[in-house]
Design a protein around this ligand. Structure first.
Ligand code: URA
Length: 255
């Protein structure tokens, strides 16, 4: 199935007249075997717990607790129109978290983040990084689908943000990737365009946050015949891998 989807992807690139892709984004094809096999994006099981103070224990709530508090959330209007709340998925001990904007139609139906077309692009990015989707954690700024995929409204973000923050405080990743203008601008509380802020780490509550383009934007640019944004995302992800001290798979752009 992976081979078939890659073949279709490569064919679509060829049809759009492009002759080069980031090696990693082509999945298994061009990534040279690397020492990544022994290094992962999941923290090893902790040894004896060093933090024994009451404050430290209180701070470390589990994702399950956050989910329970969220419950069948009706804190904003999105609760009325959603089919499923999309809490997030992945490894609770992930070293890396991807944050998107909000669920789309597919995510709303399945109750899981990034399972539609944009999710396939995100999967390709993750595997190009030498990682597995199960190793990282994926969630969104808002947990319920805004009708018609409109941008979430300020009161919706305000109602949901504390839960995202609690998720991140529970996971304590070493890096966060903000996918797209909306996630980056919301998390960083800025109006700066994504084209200006992408590619440089910023601080999000003490966690290095890398703003980069949204997978849907990459799809749009690809349909328009350009892979430049893919390359920019690849450069951003290479920085993330270096921060995590994980190997950066070789790229093979045809020039
Ligand atoms: N786009 C997002 O921003 N998040 C999803 O979960 C799916 C698509």
């Amino acid at each position: 199935m992976i081979a078939a989807s890659l073949e279709a992807y490569l064919q679509s690139l060829q049809e759009s007249g492009l002759d080069g892709i980031p090696a990693g984004l082509a999945g298994e094809i061009a990534i040279a075997p690397s020492p990544a096999a022994t290094q992962t994006a999941v923290r090893p099981e902790p040894g004896p717990e060093p933090e024994t103070s009451a404050a430290a224990i209180v701070e470390r709530e589990t994702l399950e607790t956050v989910g329970k508090d969220l419950g069948n959330c009706l804190r904003c209007g999105l609760g009325q129109t959603r089919k499923n709340l999309v809490f997030g998925m992945g490894n609770p001990q992930a070293r890396l978290v991807f944050v998107g904007e909000g669920p789309g139609a597919d995510e709303d139906l399945q109750g899981q983040p990034f399972v539609g077309e944009a999710g396939q692009v995100l999967n390709r990015i993750i595997s190009a990084m030498g990682l597995k989707r199960e190793e990282v954690y994926i969630c969104n700024v808002v947990k319920c689908r805004p009708p018609g995929n409109r941008d979430p409204l300020p009161d919706e973000i305000a109602a949901c943000s504390p839960f995202l923050l609690r998720q991140l405080q529970s996971i304590r990743p070493e890096a966060v990737v903000a996918l797209g203008k909306f996630a980056a601008q919301t998390l960083l509380e800025t109006k700066e365009p994504i084209s200006r802020i992408r590619g440089r780490f910023r601080d999000y509550h003490g966690i290095p946050l890398m703003p980069t383009y949204h997978p849907s934007f990459l799809m749009r640019r690809q349909k328009e015949g350009s892979l430049d944004a893919f390359w920019e995302v690849w450069d951003d992800m290479a920085q993330v891998l270096r921060l995590l001290k994980l190997p950066v798979p070789e790229k093979s752009r045809k020039r």
